[in-house]
Design a protein around this ligand. Structure first.
Ligand code: SF4
Length: 240
């Protein structure tokens, strides 16, 4: 990955702004949760929340198909910060039935089977994770892909009925990586092997320089079907 490590001029200001926002969420939106995808940008949030905002809890979605490197990172976060990231798993009976009827890798066969796999392994556990919460926080950024260029800093999530915050929405890739290096934050080693966006192991591959950062996700599908349903606009239009 070609990471330019020039000092971003306004990184300090960005971090201060971010902390003001996290403090406000912690104070006014309790209980608030951070949906931690364990990607590079989410490690910026992990670093700050774990050390400075104990009132914000963290969770991740363990689909059961994550790469080994992602489990390694979960373990390192535990050791480094002494915090627990609550892992939500899919419903075991639903997965057993899906695998028995369709096979373990049915997601390659059709968009419908892929989406039903994403639904049972991600969307349904996300609903459970957000139940009873006043706000959720994500690490999404406008720069990540064209479908995120209008991403808002904060909006009401009508689907899950709570406030949604994307406090890194204006951060650049360079700023994310500069922060991670400057603060010696642990990160997924797959990023060093040309995986800018990391999801489930069978549905993620490395990209070549210059390709869209999300082009390694569900690469066998047309670009307009590549979403997992986690981030849905209020119009019910898939966002991711
Ligand atoms: Fe299933 Fe792939 Fe979606 Fe993971 S990314 S939930 S393995 S279809």
């Amino acid at each position: 990955m070609n990471r330019q490590m020039d000092e971003p001029l306004d990184l300090k200001a960005r971090v201060e702004q971010l902390c003001v926002m996290l403090a406000d969420i912690q104070q006014h939106y309790a209980p608030a949760v951070f949906a931690n995808s364990l990607g590079a940008e989410d490690m910026v949030l992990t670093d700050l929340i774990a050390q400075r905002f104990p009132g914000i809890s963290m969770f991740t979605l363990d689909t059961g198909r994550l790469p080994e490197e992602t489990y390694d990172l979960m373990q390192r976060i535990r050791q480094h910060y002494g915090v627990t990231i609550h892992a939500y798993f899919p419903d075991a009976t639903t997965v057993e039935q899906y695998v028995a009827q369709q096979g373990p890798n049915a997601f390659y066969e059709s968009v419908a089977l892929r989406k039903s796999c994403c639904y049972m392994r991600k969307v349904e556990p996300l609903k459970r994770a957000l139940q009873g919460k006043k706000a959720w926080i994500t690490g999404m950024r406008r720069e990540q892909t064209s479908t995120r260029e209008n991403l808002e800093l904060s909006s009401f999530d009508e689907v899950h009925n709570l406030q949604k915050f994307n406090p890194l929405c204006e951060w650049s890739t360079e700023e994310v990586w500069h922060y991670l290096k400057q603060q010696s934050v642990p990160y997924n080693t797959l990023h060093d092997r040309f995986y800018p966006s990391i999801g489930c192991a069978p549905c993620t591959r490395a990209v070549t320089p210059g390709e869209d950062v999300r082009s390694g996700r569900w690469w066998w599908e047309r670009a307009d079907t590549r979403e997992c349903g986690l981030h849905v606009r209020n119009t019910n239009t898939p966002h991711e």
